[in-house]
Design a protein around this ligand. Structure first.
Ligand SMILES: Cc1ncc(COP(=O)(O)O)c(C=O)c1O
Length: 364
């Protein structure tokens, strides 16, 4: 116990000294949201709030058990069919959230006979799933397909899996999806791709950026879809395999059915929000220009990292945003290597507010 007390004290002291101490705060009143993942503003959309309430009327509150015991309801199957249809895949399996989807699926797909090729900046849930599986981890330089090809050739494995994201949550850049598909095919590897931040915001009918040719495509319901939960799109047989082997699916109470009822409504809504998406891209273009970042049409995203020279500088910039009326949080190590204020833009930011954000950025 004494050793643990020392461990806690050492950790908290170090975090404080290095400006890495974190705290929890509810969204401050009166500040415009520039840091949530509510990219289309759906978390407060009346249609989704109504669907959630109706869902409770229809299904009650809790699901009461794992889906494999008594927690399953038809609505889970309806949403899985709707997701598969929307994303032009064969089947889908839902999870309580994106973390448990990635963690559960990758730990079920891989074992010690696999080599997992992981983008250096891939999300913790992807890395943690591989870690649990016992597969050999090989990291490729962020979005560097030449490096990935080199590593695939060097670590020839009977079972290989490439793991990456479509849109990176901390850097706001896109993965080269076509090149990934080519390497998957050239090296006979599986491709697992996380579309958490692009689903709803890019692609025809908001179906995101994950390619149909990937073996596993993970989408979340907690970001642009405004709710919570996730789904993995894959083949029918892979779905059956995951149902038996993804431990976060098997050994966990099913999500509230009411949420799935609302997810069904969110999917239908997202399909028709093209004007909102276009407005968001326009906002992103203005902010990116002010930040001196690329506005190349293939690389404009609504996630804009403002890299700072230190943790302290990131906290100070966050304060400047607050003084100008915006809620923009500092993201610091160990979450990222370089401290930054990461702006994640949403459709509720007006044109006038966009101009004010650009001014804060230009003023540094
Ligand atoms: C790329 C990526 N994948 C997965 C997740 C986890 O999703 P969720 O928040 O639904 O657990 C996140 C969320 O932070 C993410 O950014």
């Amino acid at each position: 116990m004494q050793a643990f007390t020392g461990q806690i004290n050492d950790f908290l002291l170090h975090a404080e000294k290095t400006n890495r101490l974190r705290y929890l705060e509810a969204p401050p009143d009166g500040l415009v949201d520039l840091c949530s993942n509510d990219y289309l503003g759906l978390s407060i959309h009346p249609a989704l709030c109504d669907a959630l309430k109706t869902g409770i009327d229809l299904y009650g509150a809790g699901s009461t058990a794992s889906r494999l015991v008594r927690g399953h309801r038809d609505i889970f199957g309806h949403v899985e069919a709707a997701v598969a249809d929307w994303l032009q895949g064969e089947a889908a399996l839902t999870f309580a959230n994106g973390y448990t989807a990635n963690f559960g699926c990758l730990s079920a797909i891989c074992d010690a006979s696999y080599v997992a090729f992981i983008d250096r900046l891939a999300h913790a849930s992807l890395v943690d799933g591989v870690r649990l599986s016992g597969a050999k981890k090989v990291y490729f330089r962020h979005n560097d397909m030449g490096h990935l090809a080199e590593l695939l050739a060097k670590h020839r494995a009977p079972r290989a899996i490439i793991i990456t994201e479509t849109l990176f949550s901390m850097d706001g850049d896109f993965a080269p999806v076509e090149a990934l598909l080519r390497l998957k095919s050239d090296f006979d590897a599986l491709l697992y791709i996380d579309d958490a931040h692009a689903i709803g915001v890019y692609g025809e009918a908001g179906r995101g950026l994950s390619p149909v040719g990937a073996d596993f495509r993970m989408i979340t319901f907690g970001k642009a879809l405004g709710l919570e939960g996730a789904a993995v799109v894959c083949s029918e047989r892979a779905r059956a395999y995951l149902m038996h082997n993804a431990r976060t699916f098997v050994f966990s109470t099913a999500p509230l059915p009411a949420i799935l009822h609302a997810v069904q409504a969110a999917i239908e809504l997202v399909k028709i929000l093209q004007p909102d998406r276009e407005r968001l891209w326009q906002t992103a273009g203005t902010i990116r220009r002010a930040a001196g970042l690329t506005t190349d049409s293939t690389n404009i995203s609504h996630i804009v990292p403002l890299i700072c020279e230190s943790e302290k500088a990131a906290l100070a910039l966050s304060q400047k945003f607050a003084a100008a009326g915006f809620h923009a949080r500092a993201i610091r190590p160990p979450t990222v290597k370089e401290s930054r204020v990461r702006l994640s833009l949403n459709t509720r930011v007006t044109a006038a507010q966009t101009e004010r954000v650009a001014e804060v950025i230009r003023a540094g």
